[in-house]
Ligand binder design. Structure first.
Ligand code: GTP
Ligand code: MG
Length: 203
């Protein structure tokens, strides 16, 4: 995948504020601090594009990044961040759910899970929503560098079994540190859409 330009366009606090839905886009979602912003940076090769942080709850709005002047990657706020009020959690939940349900230009949703952790109710609810809205997720198990190869494989099988009722697709092992899984995610993104304008596709 050749990325020649990537730039931050805007952050939006609601679906209404998002850019006109005239370009295809791909959403990145997962639990707070799981590594969504790091994944976007690694995928694009622009390491400071999305702001990352050791403190959970960094991304609080719907953030659009324009890639190759023709499509968007969208960094979404993390869910299940305990240290914000229930009220704020509800507001984020409604914002993200509305976006996932209604965004007409959304082509695929990358759901990011920490390979070391058991998927929780928030993860399962998210996948069940997506299923209900007819959106096929691309599941990514991140921070694979924290485990040995054998442990990673074993965890991947356990997580897949746990997700089975809400998600039939496989999962990609990924690490923002080692770049493992980068090409596989691009492939899944390409397959999830029939967009001809994606980079890497020659006319
Ligand atoms: P919020 O926006 O706060 O929800 O977080 P996020 O999901 O965008 O996570 P972010 O990309 O900011 O990363 C959170 C922390 O995890 C940072 O300290 C990253 O350096 C670290 N991290 C992310 N991906 C990886 C990875 O693949 N391997 C390792 N070892 N650390 C990672
Ligand atoms: Mg973030």
């Amino acid at each position: 995948m050749i990325i020649h330009s990537a730039s931050f366009i805007q952050c939006s606090a609601s679906l209404k504020q998002c850019p006109d839905p005239v370009k295809p886009e791909f959403g990145f979602i997962g639990r707070s601090n799981v590594g969504k912003s790091s994944l976007i940076n690694m995928l694009t090769g622009f390491s400071h594009l999305a702001k990352t942080s050791g403190n959970p709850g960094k991304t609080r709005t719907i953030n659009h990044f324009l890639i190759n002047e023709s499509w968007f990657l969208v960094d979404l706020p993390g869910y299940g961040y305990a240290r914000v009020s229930k009220e704020t959690q509800r507001t984020w939940g409604t914002m993200v759910e509305t976006y996932l349900r209604k965004r007409s230009s959304l082509k695929a949703v990358v759901v990011i899970l920490d390979i070391r952790r058991e998927p929780n109710q928030g993860d399962l609810d998210l996948l069940a929503w997506l299923k209900g809205y007819g959106r096929r997720p691309i599941v990514v198990l991140t921070k694979a560098d924290k485990l040995s190869r054998n442990q990673s494989r074993q965890r991947a099988a356990e997580i897949r079994a746990r997700l089975e009722p809400v998600c039939a697709t496989g999962a990609v092992l990924f690490s923002a540190k080692t770049r493992e899984g980068r090409e596989e995610i691009w492939k899944a993104i390409r397959e999830a859409t029939e967009v001809d304008s994606l980079p890497g596709r020659r006319p």
